[in-house]
Design a protein around this ligand. Sequence first.
Ligand SMILES: Nc1ncnc2c1ncn2[C@@H]1O[C@H](COP(=O)(O)OP(=O)(O)O)[C@@H](O)[C@H]1O
Ligand SMILES: N[C@@H](CCC(=O)OP(=O)(O)O)C(=O)O
Length: 281
Amino acid sequence: MQSNRHMENVSRLVVKIGTSSLMHANGKLNLQAIDQLSYTLTGLVNEGKQVILVSSGAIGAGMGQLGLTKRPAQIAKQQALASIGQSELMTVYQQRFAAYGQKISQVLLTHDVLDYPQSREYVHNTMEQLLSWGVIPVVNENDTVAVDELDHRTTFGDNDQLSAIVAVRSHADLLIMLSDIDGFFTNNPHKDPNAKLINVLHEVTENSVKRAGGAGTKFGTGGMATKLKAAANVLANGQMMVLANGANPSIIFRIMNNEEIGTLFIPKEGNEVTENDGTFN
Ligand SMILES: Nc1ncnc2c1ncn2[C@@H]1O[C@H](COP(=O)(O)OP(=O)(O)O)[C@@H](O)[C@H]1O
Ligand SMILES: N[C@@H](CCC(=O)OP(=O)(O)O)C(=O)O
């Protein structure tokens, strides 16, 4: 399909995958999606690109392990579930990426770690080292210690925000956000059958936010509003984001081939990034 998109200069990208794309509705891990994701991201590294994966799913996987169908309200239970699910997730990622010869690592972050210059520098150095070795860092929030306290902010809120912060700090050329929906629509398509997919957006306005409903699935936390907030963050830094359907993560290849898939958030003037020294800082 003819398109105006130009992804050929993207050399560093962040991919965020949400719980709804990693889990079946019955609470089991979607192994096919995880395998496709591993295959696709390895393919991009083999092409010479640097890739960071921000993966949700720890709490969802933990719920699946314990056979819970409803996310518990208590923070301690959620954190314990994340602790169970994170190790399961990494085990499966490790297996599938290894099948394609790709090395991965686990990076668990909290907000304060990126707020403080010293710890931010350690994260920066680690990420740059991993990327230069061709490793794919698999990033998630450190859910066990992430709680909202007045004077010591540790939570990102959700992984949509986390992925935007990682994309900004790593000066990635592109953030690809995979969700359970084809992109950003004029209205929630689950509620409005006439909702239309928006192909390109140059800014996130109050009007766009009004079009985003509340939280989505029972496993995830974000919903569309947090994706728009992430897009606004990325746009403010002169970077691009594509929101697309993660049902088959190999869709990333098609995005990188300039197919008009999902919603592209791109600054009006293009995607030039000021002061981009190409590093994570
Ligand atoms: N304008 C909109 N366009 C697309 N989806 C929307 C919109 N408003 C609300 N949504 C909802 O947001 C959901 C995606 O968020 P979420 O379930 O949190 O995904 P993920 O688990 O991938 O982070 C969609 O399935 C849809 O129900
Ligand atoms: N750190 C949490 C992420 C929660 C979250 O933001 O989920 P989602 O809305 O599916 O991206 C987890 O791994 O379960």
